[in-house]
Design a protein. Structure first.
Length: 76
């Protein structure tokens, strides 16, 4: 038993430091609009997009990733 973690020895997985779970802070993610959407992504602070269409979601994700892949800082 790993007394520090309270689980049987050898069963606990240690997380990478600083890689904790990030909870959504965008109000739209916390209280999403009513709808039949299946997907959402917060493109930038204050711009959460909800959709039921996979292709539209892929476009939203591409827009989310643009500043991360262009090497330019986000304008948010």
């Amino acid at each position: 038993m790993d007394k520090a973690l309270g689980v049987p020895a050898g069963t606990a997985k240690k997380a990478v430091p600083g890689a904790g779970l990030k909870l959504p802070t965008d109000a739209a993610a916390i209280s999403p609009p009513q709808g039949d959407w299946l997907y959402f992504v917060t493109v930038k602070p204050g711009d959460a997009r909800f959709t039921a269409d996979f292709d539209e979601q892929q476009k939203n994700v591409e827009e989310f990733n643009k500043p991360r892949t262009s090497g330019k800082p986000s304008s948010a």
